[in-house]
Design a protein around this ligand. Structure first.
Ligand code: MP5
Length: 215
């Protein structure tokens, strides 16, 4: 039988395929990303990872099984390092790391935090969607990316073995906790997951098209 997390991914294969061929991802893979697009991503993803820590803290405050709690503790530490790496990348490219969150970034981080407040399974499902989408999309990008790509370090971060092992362990933990969910619960979590992956795609689109606040 297909495990719960794989059912969630299967139900969203079209979004997965669209993410993997999104112009942002292709531009990052072959190193042709315009400067303004890189800047949008670095600034907005820095906000994303800082806000993500608040969602992780909310999830852990529910009281998680120890293996999942340990995983999220590791994630929290890696988010601190990621935020610092974004700050360094901004300095290397001569732009400010600080920025205001654009609408999609604000919507996505609020969505993850609300899911974490709603409940353990809701929050873990939304967070898993974000992590799995990054792993799979950057793995697809890595296949197209020359070794001397200027973005090699970032591509490695989310397609390398440590992140792959983290996402696999996270999936196992979520599958164990969800067990065989009732049809109602499966439907609800399916909507939570689908919302998060569409936000993920919208995030790439926001960076690519420079979707700041209107006016
Ligand atoms: C991730 C990310 C990956 N950095 N940004 C977005 C928009 N989605 C997913 O997650 P993490 O937690 O930074 O490894």
């Amino acid at each position: 039988m297909t495990v719960f997390t794989e059912q969630l991914v299967e139900a969203n294969r079209n979004v997965w395929a669209t993410m993997a061929r999104h112009p942002f991802v292709l531009g990052l893979a072959d190193g042709t990303l315009p400067d303004s697009t890189l800047r949008a991503w670095v600034q907005q993803d820095r906000i994303f990872v800082i806000e993500e820590r608040r969602g992780v803290a909310t999830l852990r405050a529910h009281g998680l099984p120890s293996r999942l709690d340990d995983l999220l503790a590791d994630l929290d530490r890696s988010l601190v390092v990621e935020a610092e790496a974004f700050t360094r990348t901004a300095a290397d490219h001569g732009f400010a790391a600080e920025a205001e969150p654009w609408p999609v970034c604000l919507g996505y981080t609020s969505y993850l935090r609300c899911a974490a407040y709603d409940g353990v399974l809701e929050g873990l499902t939304a967070l898993y969607a974000a992590e799995r989408a990054y792993l799979d999309t950057w793995t697809a990008a890595a296949e197209r990316s020359p070794a001397d790509s200027p973005y090699h370090g970032w591509i490695q971060n989310w397609s390398g073995e440590p992140f792959r092992a983290f996402v696999a362990a996270f999936g196992r933990g979520l599958d164990e906790l969800a067990g065989a969910p009732s049809p109602n619960l499966a439907d609800r979590l399916g909507l939570v997951f689908a919302g998060a992956v569409r936000f993920e795609l919208a995030f790439w689109e926001m960076c690519w098209s420079g979707q700041a606040w209107p006016g």
